[in-house]
Design a protein around this ligand. Structure first.
Ligand SMILES: Nc1ncnc2c1ncn2[C@@H]1O[C@H](COP(=O)(O)OP(=O)(O)OP(=O)(O)O)[C@@H](O)[C@H]1O
Length: 568
């Protein structure tokens, strides 16, 4: 069962955007000022063209000087825009950097148990495509909106100044755009959130399909995966069509709304001009201003549209902050190496306990095997004893301190969980060993686990990847370096091929030497060799004792043992 990552509300997104803007105030101010000046420079041309018309019709000054002024305005606008853009791009990239860093920090601060349960595709989509969408909007939206807004304010003012009546007619004629935009905004956020969620599901399906390629082949699951993939693609298609559908209504309506004020000004201006109350040049300038409004209005509306999609993305990025980070670490150090599990319950989903009050004391130095049918709760118990998550009720302590509260460095010295998943990072071999130690110690640890191939600690594992057996040796070398008193083995060598498993088991034996071992046993031979065996069924320990005691007791373990032993 997976957990869905939360989505931040509009207010949280708004505050986060303001924080990002406030973090780079000088750039924002420069962007606003330069773009405003560029917008003012851009206003010179229509007014000057109006004067040229009046000059030609015999009411003004020299045409050549006016034409030169038009050119000067254009050059000033070009230069100011260029500098404003350069600052805006740098601002955008710095901001993207900040969002990415924050996202990474938040993702790493999530409790490991949460990370394991969230769909990997969703986390990846939020960390890549969503952040990209936010970053490019922040980079472009500020200059885009400023230029647009300043131009609109100045153009409308100019319109009102050259002729107040024509100005009012023009501005009123534009009001239809407001209604159209309101209609659109009411629907867009939900539609874009649905699109983002569908994209995440698709990313998840694709990553699950690639990660499970072997299983799919082995169990002939191709058709089932195709059906699941098809459903995810169909949902992406449907949600994309929904947002595109909104745009197919929005943009044509806006286009039509632009013509309304021009027609009105031409009608009113024409009548006033015939009556001699306004010059033809003024009507021409008013119409040119209105036509000039189309550019900034268009860009503002495109930005509003873009803001809808990227604020949905930002809501997904910020959603991560809504998950409580791992609880503060314990300050107390464990008194001894004794691990106690008392009255432990655990639920992956609220209300559905998979452990129902487990009690267990793990004696320092013992080898304890946990056996039971699939789904009995063995891995869950192992995960809690390893401090990956806290129990829903009850306690899991080492030396009297709750294990999951230990700071990572301390926890690593107490208990380490070894599973069949060996994470190798795209870094050097040295960095992959994780524990900072002198080279001799690192070599020694690698030698202990039989990694004869590992002579170069600087080997770049991104360029020269490890095979399965080598990756497992690196994982075991990490255990040697952490030097915990207790190691939990959960299917540590179960899925490896037999030749590799033998090497791995030799390495494992070296690692386990003189440590407490809790082995989640899939082969009863492991239980036979252990000091004690705990038998789990439906989230409870139903038997606990030595192999011989349990066989003699003739209970569930004895039955399991006989059926396995007779089958061998
Ligand atoms: N991530 C998870 N989300 C929801 N339920 C889970 C999750 N992991 C395990 N469970 C459920 O918890 C119960 C115990 O599972 P657990 O993996 O601990 O059993 P197990 O004994 O280790 O089984 P196996 O031998 O198959 O690994 C099962 O019902 C399982 O379906």
């Amino acid at each position: 069962m997976t957990t869905t990552l939360p989505i931040a509300g509009q207010r949280v997104v708004g505050r986060a955007a303001l924080r990002l803007i406030a973090a780079d105030k000088p750039s924002v101010v420069a962007i606003l000022v330069l773009n405003s000046l560029a917008a003012v420079a851009g206003l010179g041309a229509p007014w000057l063209l109006g004067r040229i018309v009046d000059t030609v019709t015999g009411k003004g000054g020299a045409v050549d000087r006016l034409a030169l002024a038009v050119l000067a305005c254009a050059v000033a606008q070009l230069l100011l825009t260029r500098f404003a853009l350069a600052i805006a791009y740098r601002f955008g990239e710095r901001t993207a950097f900040r969002i990415r860093e924050d996202f990474l920090r938040r993702a790493l601060a999530l409790p490991a148990a949460v990370v394991e349960r969230v769909p990997a595709g969703d986390l990846a989509a939020r960390g890549t495509t969503d952040i990209d969408a936010v970053a490019s909007t922040l980079r472009d939206v500020l200059p885009g909106m400023t230029v647009g807004a300043v131009q609109i304010v100045f153009i409308c003012s100019a319109l009102l100044v050259i002729n107040p009546l024509l100005g009012v007619v023009g501005v009123l004629g534009l009001s239809g755009i407001w209604f159209v935009t309101r209609w659109y905004l009411r629907r867009a956020r939900t539609a874009y959130l649905a699109e983002g969620a569908a994209n995440s599901v698709l990313a998840d399906e694709l990553s699950a399909t690639t990660a499970g390629a072997r299983t799919i082949e082995a169990f002939a699951l191709r058709e089932r995966r195709l059906a699941a993939g098809h459903a995810a693609i169909a949902e992406t298609h449907r949600t994309r069509l929904a947002t595109l559908g909104l745009r197919t209504v929005f943009f044509p309506l806006v286009e039509t709304s632009y013509a309304v004020p021009v027609v009105l000004v031409l009608l009113v201006g024409g009548m006033l001009s015939i009556g001699g109350r306004v010059s033809l040049g003024t009507v021409v300038a008013a119409v040119l201003y209105l036509r000039q409004l189309v550019g900034p209005l268009d860009s503002i509306l495109i930005w509003i549209e873009q803001l809808q999609s990227s604020s949905a993305s930002f809501a997904r990025v910020e959603g991560l902050a809504a998950i409580p980070a791992a609880a503060p670490a314990a300050t107390e150090a464990p008194r001894d190496d004794r691990i106690e599990v008392r009255g432990v319950r655990y639920a992956y989903e609220p209300g559905h306990d998979v452990l129902h009050g487990v009690d267990l004391t793990i004696r320092p130095g013992e080898r304890l095997a946990i056996v039971g049918l699939s789904g009995a709760g063995k891995s869950t118990l192992g995960m809690l004893v390893a401090g990956v998550d806290r129990p829903t009720a009850g306690t899991v302590t080492v030396g009297g301190v709750p294990i999951a509260d230990l700071p990572p460095d301390e926890l690593r010295r107490q208990v380490v969980l070894v599973t069949q998943e060996h994470h190798v990072f795209r870094e050097s071999l040295r960095d992959n060993l994780i524990v900072a130690a002198p080279d001799e110690e690192l070599h020694e640890a690698l030698k202990t686990v039989g990694a004869d191939w590992a002579d170069d600690l600087d080997r770049d594992l991104a360029l020269h990847p490890l095979d399965g057996a080598q990756a497992q040796q690196v994982a075991l070398a990490r255990v040697v370096l952490s030097d915990p008193h207790t190691v939990i083995l959960d299917e540590a060598t179960a899925l490896l091929d037999p030749t590799v498993a033998r090497t791995a088991e030799r390495a494992l034996a070296a690692v386990l030497h003189e440590r407490t071992v809790i082995a989640i046993a899939h082969r009863l031979q492991t239980a036979h060799d252990a000091d004690r065996v705990a038998v789990m069924e439906d989230g409870r320990i139903i038997e606990l004792g030595t192999h011989d005691e349990l066989v003699a007791a003739g209970g569930p373990y004895a039955a399991l043992w006989h059926s396995w032993h007779d089958g061998v």
